[in-house]
Design a protein around this ligand. Sequence first.
Ligand code: ADP
Length: 746
Amino acid sequence: MLTKTIYILVDCIAVINILFLLKAMKNNSEYYAKWLSYALKTAIVAILANIFVACSFNKVSAEISYALYFSSIDWIIYCLTVFCLVYTNHRRFSKRFAMPTMIIMAVDTVSILLNLLFNHVFYIFETKDASGVIFYQTGFRPLYYFHLAVDYIPLAFVLFLFVYQMFKSYSMYRIKYIGILSVLIFVIVLNIIYMTAGLLLDASVIFYSVAGTLVYFCISTFVPKSLMSVSVGSATDNMNEGLILFDLNDNCIYANTFSKERFDVNEKTYNFKSEPVATVVNTLRSKGHEYGTHHYIHTVSSNGVITEEHYNIRYSELTDKKGRTIGSYFLIEDTTEDVRYLREIQEAKNIADAANSAKSTFLANMSHEIRTPLNSILGLNEMILRTVEDPLLKEYSENIRSSGNALLGIINDILDFSKIEANKMDIRPTDYNPHDLLRECYNYFHQMAEGKDLYYTINCDENIPSVLNGDNKLIRQIMSNLISNAIKYTKTGGVSVNVSCSELNDKKVDLLITISDTGIGIDAKDIDTLFDSFKRVDEKENYTIQGTGLGLSITKDLIKLMNGNIIVESAPGAGSTFRVSIPQKITDKTPLGTFKIHDDKKPEHVYRESFHAPTAHILIVDDIKVNLTVIKALLKKTELKIDTAGGGDEAIELCKKHKYDVILLDHRMPAPDGIETFVSISSEGLNTLTPVVMLTANALIGMDVEYAELGFSAYLTKPIQSAELEKTLIDLLPEEKVELTEPEQI
Ligand code: ADP
C-alpha cells in the first residue's frame, strides 16, 4: 500500500512538472516545440495510465490501464524522435520518416491492446512482489522484440545520425547535437540502470518528466547560451579590434585573437602590470580618471626596422544586466592608418599653406612692382594735366589717366580676390543715404554708357528708408561690377537699374537691386560657371572686351559675405538681368521720396590745391627718385617746405637736425626699410612725436591695421592720389600752420 502511494505521489509530481514545462513552452512557436509538447502530453497520458494501474480494482481494468501506459510510452519515443529530427534541422527527413513509422507504431499499439484478448501472447505479465502486491511486467516473448525494434530502431538511428552530424557540423551547430544527445544518453543510461537494478518498471515514468525537463533546459537555455557564447567568441576573434576582459579581481579572463597577435597576450599570465593596459590605466589614473580612452603608441621592431603602431585604447567598466560591476574591459582600436592619413593631410595642408602664402607674397610683390611705376606714370601725368594748355596734349594726357586707372582697377580686383580667398575681407557698416549711393553709380558710368550710345537709367522706389546701415562701399563695388559688365556687354539699347526694398522686420530690409541690359546675353550652359574665378564666357568672341573674369566671382563673394543673394536671368541675344538682394539695417525709416539725378557732368580736369602751409616743414623718404619728384610736384602749390631723403639712413640723419611737422615714409626700401626707419626716428631725437605716414605700394590684406598697430598715423597706397594726399596732410599738420583754400575757389 505504501509503495503504491509513493508511486502515485511521484507520478503526480511528474505530471505537475510536465504541466509547468508545457506552460513555459506555450510561447515557443517553433515547429520542434510542437513535437516536444506532443511528447510531453503523451507522457502525461502514460503517467495517468500508470496511476490507473496502481488504482485498478480488478485484473481487467489493471491490464487495460497497463496496455494504455505501455503503448503511450511508444508514442512518447516517437514524438521525441521527430522532435530531435526537426530540432537538428532534419525536417525533410522527419517528414519521410513520420508516416511509415507511425503505421508500424499503430500496429504495435493495437497488438499491445489486443494482448488481453489473446491471453498475454504479447509480453505483459502479471506479477507479485514479496508482500503480495500485484504488478505488471514485460516478458521476453517474440512480439516484445518487435515492440522493442519499433521503439528503439528509430531512436538508435537518430542517435547515430546525431553522432554523425556532430562530427560533420560546424562548431556552433555541434552544440545542438551535443545538447540533445547528452540528454537522450543520460535518460537511456538512467533507464538501463533502473531496469538492470531489478526495480519495478512502473517507476520509470519519472524519467519522462526528467527527460522533458532536461530537453527543455537544453533547447531554451543551454543551446542558445552556448550558441551565443560560441558566436560572440568567434565574432570577437574575427574583430579588427582588440578585446581584453578582466574579472573583478583584475584577472584576465579573455583576450581575442587581435590582442594576442598584437600584444602577445596570454590570459594566464596577463595582468594590469602588462602592456598596453598598464600604461592606459596609469595614465588615466594620473589624470584622475577611473575609466577613459588613451592614445597608445606601440613601437615594433622587425628586422632592425622600427615602426610605430598607434592605438586608441578604451578602458571601461563591465556590468551585468542589472548594472552591477562584474569586471572591466579594454577595447583596442588600431589607428595607425588614421594617424598616417592625418599626417599626410597635415603635410598636404602645410604644402598648400606654403603655396598660398607664396601666392600672397607674389601678389604683394606684383602689386608693389606694378604700383610703383604706375605711381610715377599717373603722378607725372597729373603734373602734365595741371600744366598743359594744348587741347590735343590734354586729351592724350586724359587718356593716359583713364588707362592708368583701368590698370589700377585690375590690380584692385586681383587684390580683392586674394582678400576674399584669405577670408580677410571685412564688412565695415556705416549709415548711408541710398540716393547718394545711386548718384555715385550714375555719375561714374553715365559717360561710359553715353560713349556707346546706350541709355542708362536708374529708378528707385520712393519708400526706401532714407538712412540705411551697411557697408555702402562694398555695395557700390557690387553695383559697379554689374553695371560696368552690363555696359561692356551691350552694343545697342541700354542698361536700367531698379532699386527697391522689402521689409524683413522692423529693423531690417532686404535691399533689392536689379540691373538689366539689352546686351549679348549669356547661354544657359554658361550660367552655372558664370561666377567662377577667372572664367570668361565666349572668350574668343569677347576677346576685344577688357576683363579678367574676376568681377562676378568677387561680386558673388561680396554678396555672400553680406548674407545676400544674386540670381541671373539671361538668354543669348535677349539681354541679361542680375537680381541682387542684400539685408541692411534701418537707421531712419522716413521714406526717401523721388530719386533725382544731379547730372554732375565731370568738369574738365581743373586742379586746385586744397590748402596752403608755407610754414609747415615735411620730409618725404623714398628710395626711388622719381617718386620723390612726383610727390614733391603734387604738393608744389601747397607751398609746403619739403625735404627729401633717398633712404632710411639719410632720413634718420635729417631727423636729427630738423623737427618736421609730418614725415611721409616709403615702406619698401633697401635696409633700413620704412618700418626700421620709423622705429629709429620715433625712439630718439627731435621727431619722436611727429606723425608719420606710410607710403606703400602694398595694398594687401589687413595692411591698414598692421600699420596702425605699428604706430603710423596714416597710410597712403601708391599710386598716390593728389586729393587723398592733401586730405591726409590737412588732418596731420598742426592746425595753426594750415590755411585752407576757400571752397568756392575750388
Ligand atoms: P570680365 O572681367 O570678363 O567681365 P566677369 O567675372 O565680370 O569678368 O564676368 C564673367 C563673364 O560673364 C564675362 O566674361 C562675360 O562673358 C559674362 N558676363 C558678365 N556680365 C554679363 C552681361 N551683363 N551680359 C553678358 N555677359 C556677361
